[in-house]
Design a protein around this ligand. Structure first.
Ligand SMILES: [Zn+2]
Length: 422
C-alpha cells in the first residue's frame, strides 16, 4: 500500500486532492490553494515524488519572477479496481490515478452463481487486468464494489430485486477483503456514479450536482462542494422510488406508482411487448431489451417512440424533482440505460428542467449525458477507492484553484463504508 491510507495527516491528502483537482499545478499554486506553508508543501511534495505518486512536468511560463516547476499526479503509479454487481452480471474497470479507465470487462449472469464463487473469480480477474496494463500488484489501492439499492458494509445488499436474492445479507465487503487482502469499499451504484463523475472530470465547474442513474433500476447521487450527500440513511437518493402516481402500478419496493415502476427500462420493455413489439426474452437482459425498444423508437414513428417518449417525460419529472429538492447546477444522466438512450432522453429532460422556475431559480441548470454512462457504476466504485485511500474521510476542506490551468470542482470527502484493511 506504500503507506497510503486514511490514517495520514491532512496536509498530504490536501495536497493530493488539490493536484487532482487542478490537473497541473506549481508548489506556489499549492500554497495558495491549500493555505499550507511553503515548507509543509515542499516536504509533502518531496515525499510524494519519492513515492512515485507525483511527477514534475516542466515549467510554468515565467511571469517575471523565477519560473515554477509544475507537478501532476503520476497516472500510472496507482490504480483502483471498481466492480458493479448488478442483476444481469458484473462489470469491472481499472481506473488509473488520473481518472482514466485503462481496462474494462463484463461478466454476464453473475446473479445465478453463488456470491462467494463470484468474489473469488472477480479477484482473479482484477489481478489479471492489473497485469494486463503492466502494473505490479503493489500499485493497486483497493477494490470498490457497488450494487443497486441500499448497501451496507456489514450486510451487503439489503434490499433487491429477485435476481440478486443470493446476495441479500452476503457480507461482500468482508469476503472481497479476505479474498484480495486489499481495502474494500462498498456502496450503492447510483451514489458511486456521482463520485465517478467527480474523479473523471465530468462535473468540472459544478458546485453541486446530481447524477440521475438509470440501468435496470433508477437512482441518484448528489455531490455538494466535493462531498457526496449521504443523508442519515442508506436509502438516500432513491429517486426511482419517488411516487409519481398514487394509483400507479405496484413496484418491487413495496410502494406503487414509483418512477421506476412507471417509466424504468423494465416498464418500457413490458409496455413495448404488450404493444406488439417482438423483443426476444431470455437471451437479453433488461437494458439490452430496453435498447431494442429504443432502436425501434429511433427508426420508426410508432408505438415504441410513444412509449420511450412517455418514459422520458417521467424521467424529466424525476430530474426536475432532483433540481428542486437539491438545488444543483448540473444533472448528469448516467448508467447503461442512458448510454443507449441518452440522445432521446436528454432533450426532454433539458426542456422540462429549463421551464421549471423552482428547479432553475439559482441560475442555469445544465443537463448532460455522462461520458462514462455505460460503466458509470464500476467507474464510481473505483473512484470511491481513490477517495478512501488517498483522501481521509474526515477531509472536507473546500479548495479552489482559480489561477491553475484546468481548475476543477472542489475535492471529494467520502463518508462511504470502508472495510478495514488487514
Ligand atoms: Zn418503488
Amino acid at each position: 500500500m506504500h503507506g497510503i491510507g486514511p490514517g495520514h495527516a491532512n496536509a498530504r491528502s490536501t495536497i493530493i486532492d488539490a493536484i487532482r483537482a487542478a490537473g497541473v499545478v506549481s508548489r506556489t499554486g499549492l500554497v495558495a490553494a491549500t493555505g499550507l506553508t511553503g515548507a509543509t508543501v515542499s516536504k509533502e511534495v518531496r515525499a510524494l515524488l519519492d513515492e512515485g505518486l507525483l511527477v514534475e512536468t516542466g515549467n510554468a511560463p515565467s511571469t517575471g519572477g523565477r519560473s515554477q516547476v509544475l507537478l501532476q499526479l503520476q497516472r500510472s503509479s496507482r490504480f483502483a479496481a471498481g466492480l458493479h454487481v448488478d442483476h444481469d452480471g458484473v462489470s469491472l474497470v481499472l481506473l488509473d490515478l488520473g481518472g482514466a479507465v485503462v481496462a474494462e470487462q463484463r461478466v454476464q449472469h453473475a446473479g445465478a452463481v453463488h456470491p462467494q464463487t463470484v468474489v473469488d473469480a472477480m479477484v482473479v480477474r482484477v489481478h489479471d487486468m492489473l497485469a494486463g496494463v503492466g502494473a505490479p500488484r503493489s500499485a493497486l489501492l483497493g477494490i470498490g464494489v457497488v450494487s443497486p439499492g441500499p448497501v451496507t458494509p456489514e450486510e451487503g445488499i439489503v434490499l433487491s430485486r429477485p435476481a440478486l436474492r443470493d446476495w441479500l445479507g452476503f457480507p461482500m465487503a468482508e469476503r472481497f477483503r479476505q479474498a484480495s487482502g486489499l481495502p474494500v469499499v462498498v456502496d450503492n451504484d447510483a451514489t458511486a456514479s456521482a463520485v465517478g463523475e467527480l474523479w473523471t472530470g465530468g462535473a468540472r465547474g459544478s458546485a453541486a450536482f446530481s447524477t440521475l442513474y438509470m440501468a435496470t433500476g433508477i437512482g441518484s447521487g448528489t455531490v455538494v462542494d466535493g462531498v457526496p450527500y449521504r443523508g442519515v440513511s442508506m436509502s438516500v437518493g432513491e429517486i426511482g422510488h419517488v411516487c409519481l402516481d398514487i394509483d400507479g402500478p405496484e413496484c418491487w419496493c413495496g410502494n406503487a406508482g414509483c418512477v421506476e415502476a412507471i417509466a424504468g427500462p423494465g416498464a418500457v420493455v413490458v409496455e413495448a411487448r404488450s404493444a406488439g413489439l417482438r423483443i426476444p426474452a431470455g437471451e437479453v437482459d433488461v437494458v439490452q431489451a430496453f435498447g431494442q425498444v429504443v432502436t425501434e423508437a429511433r427508426e420508426h414513428d410508432g408505438a415504441a417512440r410513444r412509449i420511450v417518449r412517455r418514459s422520458a417525460e417521467h424521467l424529466a419529472a424525476a430530474a426536475q424533482t432532483l433540481c428542486t429538492m437539491m438545488s444543483v447546477d448540473l444533472v448528469v444522466l448516467t448508467g447503461a440505460a442512458f448510454d443507449v438512450a441518452g440522445d432521446l432522453y436528454l432533450p426532454v429532460v433539458r426542456e422540462r428542467v429549463a421551464r421549471s422556475f423552482l428547479a432553475h431559480d439559482a441560475g442555469t441548470v445544465r443537463v448532460e449525458v455522462s461520458a462514462h454512462a455505460r460503466s458509470a457504476a464500476a467507474v464510481g466504485a473505483a473512484a470511491l477507492v481513490m477517495q478512501h485511500t488517498l483522501v481521509p474521510r474526515q477531509f472536507s476542506t473546500r479548495i479552489t484553484l482559480e489561477a491553475a490551468p484546468g481548475a476543477d470542482a472542489p475535492p471529494p470527502a467520502p463518508h462511504a463504508a470502508l472495510a478495514p484493511s488487514p
